[in-house]
Write a protein that binds this ligand. Structure first.
Ligand SMILES: *Cc1c(COP(=O)(O)O)cnc(C)c1O
Length: 397
């Protein structure tokens, strides 16, 4: 029998303490399996009338998913984490907390899918928002009588703006608003927004938590019991819970969260320094660089700088040649996995963001975003050398 530790109380977060068990007797592993079992079942038999095992139907509860939820709650120092079928499903469920006529304030540089949700779905449901650069702008003048929440990412995607979470949480609470932080970019290994005063933390579990580009999932993590109760109700009613198998994959991913991120961050630093020296690179945006405007805040509120890096080259043609020539690196959407991915935000992740917002945020057709993986550092640098040389040859020729 593995150590009987309640994950929510476990402090061994950086060793991805998947040995922790839920205190609930009914799902304790009795055989000592090192890998938590996949309870691939839709429903659960009752022992008798009025006697539930604690599990009735997988849309509502499933042991494998609950094990994952307990581990993620532990990682984020939350009272509860709810596992959804995707990051977007988590965000959509959080939006269901609000009512017709409610208003919220969002950062102007957010994941494109979130902006699409707010514009096309939340809007239709009677929610409105005001967007601003929340890494610098004050929220007070934006607050209306019906404002309920502030929604941010930090660092932002893809421009890496950094917001002081503690300061914003304090301000939001003074104004009677809740703060929602999408913590996908740093993962709980490097940043814990609940500890800094956030009310809801969101993750795309598809990214660093899953970590292998092999499954989709999402989380909402909370401390407040009232919010938790409402979210659990929305979750069981709308039915976007993560499947048992995908829950298991993310549990497996989390076991290597720390080692993956340590290596990916090391690679990100090496690539940032390499790109800074390249004559075709006009800008390198990585919050681990001292010249990054968010560097000091990052040092204060996070334990690392992550593996996301954005850079700008001197022409759109050059950007397209880079995309055409990558071989070790994949030209693919998504982030946070073992393989390095390069994306072109203007046509991919941010295709649905209005043109004026893109321009304001500095997202143009020369901007590329890297999600740095855990390949050998030299292999990645060699890849860049080759890709830049081929792009140069093509453009000159
Ligand atoms: C990918 C992503 C999402 C959406 O998550 P899915 O799992 O793709 O639904 C939300 N926020 C951020 C910051 C992301 O990178």
């Amino acid at each position: 029998m593995s150590a009987d530790v309640d994950c929510r109380q476990s402090k061994k977060k950086y060793s991805a303490d998947t040995k922790c068990q839920l205190s609930d007797e009914s799902i304790k592993d009795i055989w000592g399996a090192v890998s938590y079992p996949i309870y691939q079942t839709a429903t659960f038999a009752h022992r008798g009338l009025g006697e539930s095992t604690g599990y009735d139907y997988t849309r509502m509860q499933n042991p494998t998913r609950q094990q994952l939820e307990a581990v993620v709650a532990g990682l984020e120092n939350g009272k509860d984490a709810i596992a959804f079928a995707s990051g977007m499903a988590a965000i959509a469920a959080v939006m269901e907390l609000f009512s017709l006529g409610d208003h919220f304030i969002i950062d102007s540089d957010l994941y494109g899918g979130s902006v699409r949700l707010f514009n096309e779905i939340s809007n239709k449901n009677g929610l409105t928002y005001t967007s601003a650069n929340l890494s610098s702008d004050d929220i007070a003048p934006l607050v209306r009588e019906n404002t309920k929440a502030v929604y941010i990412e930090t660092p932002t995607n893809p421009m890496m703006n950094v917001t002081d979470i503690e300061k914003l949480a304090k301000k939001a609470h003074e104004l009677g608003l809740i703060l929602i932080v999408d913590n996908t970019f740093l993962s709980p290994y490097y940043q814990n927004p609940l500890d800094l005063g956030a009310d809801i933390v969101i993750h795309s579990g598809t990214k660093f938590l899953g970590g292998h580009h092999d499954t989709i999932g999402g989380f909402a993590v909370v401390n407040d019991e009232k919010i938790d109760e409402k979210l659990r109700y929305i979750y069981k009613t709308t039915g976007a819970g993560l499947s048992p198998f995908d829950s298991w994959l993310i549990l497996r991913g989390i076991r290597t969260l720390a080692v993956r991120l340590n290596k990916a961050q090391e690679n990100a630093f090496a690539i940032a320094e390499y790109l800074k020296k390249n004559k075709h690179v006009t800008k390198v945006i990585y919050p681990g660089l001292k010249e990054h405007p968010g560097y000091e805040i990052m040092k204060k509120q996070a334990t690392g700088f992550g593996a996301m890096l954005t850079f700008e080259v001197d022409s759109p043609e050059f950007a397209k040649e880079i995309l055409a020539n990558v071989r070790l690196i994949y030209f693919a959407e998504s982030l946070g996995g073992t393989e390095t991915l390069i994306t072109y935000p203007i046509t991919q992740t941010h295709a649905d963001v209005p043109a004026d917002v893109l321009a304001k945020n500095g997202i143009n057709d020369r901007v590329l975003r890297l999600s740095v993986g855990i390949e050998g550092t030299e292999d990645l640098i060699d890849e860049f050398e080759r890709v830049f040389a081929e792009a140069e040859k093509k453009i000159k020729g």
